[in-house]
Write a protein that binds this ligand. Sequence first.
Ligand code: CP
Length: 323
Amino acid sequence: MKNFISVNDVDDMNALVAKALAYKRNPFADRNLGADKRIGLLFLNPSLRTRLSTQVAAKNLGMEAIVFNVDKEGWALEFEEGAIMSGNTVEHVKDAAPILGQYFDILCIRTFPSLKNREDDYSELVMNSFLQFAGVPIISLESATLHPLQSLTDILTIKESWHSNSLWDEGTRKPKIVLTWAPHVKPLPQCVANSFAQWVNAWGEADFVITHPADYELSEAYTKGAIITTNQNEALKDADFVYVKNWSTYNDYGKIYSNDPAWMLTEEKLQLTNNAKVMHCLPVRRNVELSDEILDSENSLVTKQAGNRVWAAQAIISEILKG
Ligand code: CP
């Protein structure tokens, strides 16, 4: 593997998941693979799980990890080609990225969309600039439109749970996975939802339903292949996994059209499912996106899911080091 930006960088998803789960069983199996190598983690916005799980994963492989909070500690970067830099930006990515490429063997980038201009965000200017100018492998720690390390974690958490729950008739049918929109007080990116849809569709081993209020359609580039409905109760029927996530509008870009609390997943709604396991990428707004009763119940996979971020990151760093 040369870079890890989306599911398109993965040759064999099931093999990659198996590799991540093998690291979960034996974290130090490749403790010397990254000896004498450095990984740089650049953050243009906050993070808890992505930052720490990637550091732990690199350490398990013997690498030194250095975190750089560009947004707080670095010069303000310019990304526009030909920009006349007489404003607030101090250093062009064309100058900064090749230098970072000399300091690190692998460079990881975390950025968010502006949610102001869809064309700009979906052009992935920040990630593509580092791909173009750094000269070393790039790992996305979440981009303007996708969150592939989260999605790999999500698939492995689903597979791990599906294969270990003897109450389900695993092996005789595919799991039913529902991605449901949830209310939120702030407009959030579509990244996690886009990426989850892209990975579940590429995996192809689930019955996949997406449910959201009217006007919250995601880009077809990611959802094609899923059943899409605005009837949440219908969608939840017999679900084995319910993935809860808010996203802002895609068509009339970056808006909140609805904050309807009726879309929050509750114990009552969970009764419609096949005793579904509930997932969320975190951080979660309790009793806005997801109720306490669900998050604190045995149905919640969120802690296990966040823990699995280490093994997904370790599998990807390992693939890149071997590549
Ligand atoms: N899920 C996730 O990316 O969490 P952080 O924002 O804390 O990294």
